[in-house]
Write a protein that binds this ligand. Structure first.
Ligand code: CXF
Ligand code: ZN
Length: 375
């Protein structure tokens, strides 16, 4: 079939919205008509080459935070049928590998396929340019497409009454941010928490920390709008830089330093991680959720403090969450009014407006932009 998608044709060039050829689903795969896709910063990292080697290079269909309606299932898929509503997890959960079996499906072995951008398990492509070239997929799903074909392992079935135009954000940003606080940082009632970077991931780390009972949630971002929004999501303090947060350590943490520092900047850097590390107190957990460029080979932390203050630097992928448990769980918290998602969506776009949306993200105007597909 023919459909339309936003394709990375060349690094550092705008997304190319074009017609593509899509094959039917094969074994264990499903064809999904997209309803909505969030515009995460990681697709920008794919576009600017910062995570080259981690995700496919051009030509590739972007997008990894989406939801839609199943149109067709391939053979072997016995738990989904046409008409079912699904949210994609940006990391699939096969349920069989050691990581999945051990309760860490966010590290599912199917991640190994990410760089190739092929169908998981199969190693071939369903998406092609009109002149016959194979198209890689961002995170095995490629949600910047009106239709896509993905492995069932990326799908989470949700209730048909639940709004997919909001639920799409559960495929990355909401779960990643919330889980960074609740699981990776293991925020405890009464903790002092700092969240560094308050875009789509950071705003959710703020929500997670507040929900877990933090005494102080300091939102750190240079953009005033994002600081204001962070206060709506549960922050107790807002600072424009880590330097300012450091100056105010006395009034926020009685000079003890933060118990948890969650790094959720657009792009991490060795220097920023060092600053975040210094905001932490004794036994602090410094959680690295933001992506550093794959070309960055070192981090800059005073290692003596790992020992003398027992500080811990912890990586966090998909918020250390479990998509099968947490996507429905957070969707229900949203439906009960206990988790904010509407407020994350600053503006919606059509697929053709995708570059406008990414310009807004670069200018710091959006917490999240969301693409709504014609239904
Ligand atoms: C990233 C993680 C690395 C691959 C691309 C997606 N996470 C979320 O935005
Ligand atoms: Zn993302």
């Amino acid at each position: 079939m023919r459909t339309r998608a936003a394709v990375l044709r060349e690094y550092n060039q705008p997304w190319s919205v074009e017609e593509i050829e899509l094959d039917p689903p094969k074994h264990n795969e499903v064809l999904v008509k997209m309803v909505a896709s969030g515009m995460c910063h990681s697709d920008e990292h794919a576009l600017d080459g910062h995570i080259a080697g981690l995700v496919p290079g051009p030509p590739m269909i972007g997008g990894h935070e989406g939801a839609g309606i199943v149109q067709e299932v391939g053979d072997g898929v016995d738990w989904l049928e046409p008409g079912d509503h699904v949210v994609f997890g940006f990391i699939p959960a096969c349920g069989r590998c050691p990581s999945c079996a051990d309760g860490h499906s966010n590290l599912c072995d199917l991640l190994a396929t990410f760089a190739d951008g092929t169908q998981a398990l199969d190693g071939t492509h369903r998406h092609h340019t009109l002149d016959g070239k194979d198209l890689g997929l961002m995170c095995l799903i490629g949600t910047f497409s009106e239709h896509t074909v993905v492995n069932e392992a990326s799908c989470i079935k949700v209730d048909k009454d639940w709004p997919l135009d909001k639920g799409c954000l559960l495929g990355c940003g909401v779960v990643t941010g919330w889980g960074s606080a609740v699981y990776s940082a293991d925020v405890q009632p009464g903790d002092y928490v700092a969240v560094v970077g308050c875009g789509g991931i950071g705003a959710n780390a703020v929500q997670g920390a507040a929900m877990a009972g933090a005494r102080v949630v300091a939102a750190i971002d240079p953009v005033a709008f994002k600081r204001e929004q962070a206060m709506e999501f549960g922050a107790t303090h807002a600072f424009s830089s880590m330097a300012e947060a450091m100056e105010k350590l006395g009034e926020t943490t009685w000079d003890r330093g933060y118990d948890k520092v969650i790094m959720t900047m657009g792009t991490g850097s060795a220097e920023a991680l060092g600053q975040g590390f210094n905001l932490g107190g004794k036994r602090a957990k410094i959680v690295v959720t933001n992506l550093h460029s794959t070309s960055e080979g070192t981090i800059n932390v005073p290692a003596i403090m790992l020992t003398m203050m027992e500080k811990q630097v912890i990586g966090s992928l998909f918020g250390s969450a479990n998509i099968r448990k947490d996507i429905p769980r957070l969707f229900e918290l949203y439906l009960q009014g206990k988790l904010k998602i509407d407020e994350l969506i600053t503006k919606t776009y059509t697929l053709d407006q995708i570059n406008e949306g990414y310009d807004a993200m670069r200018n710091g105007e959006n917490i999240r932009g969301v693409i709504l597909f014609d239904q």
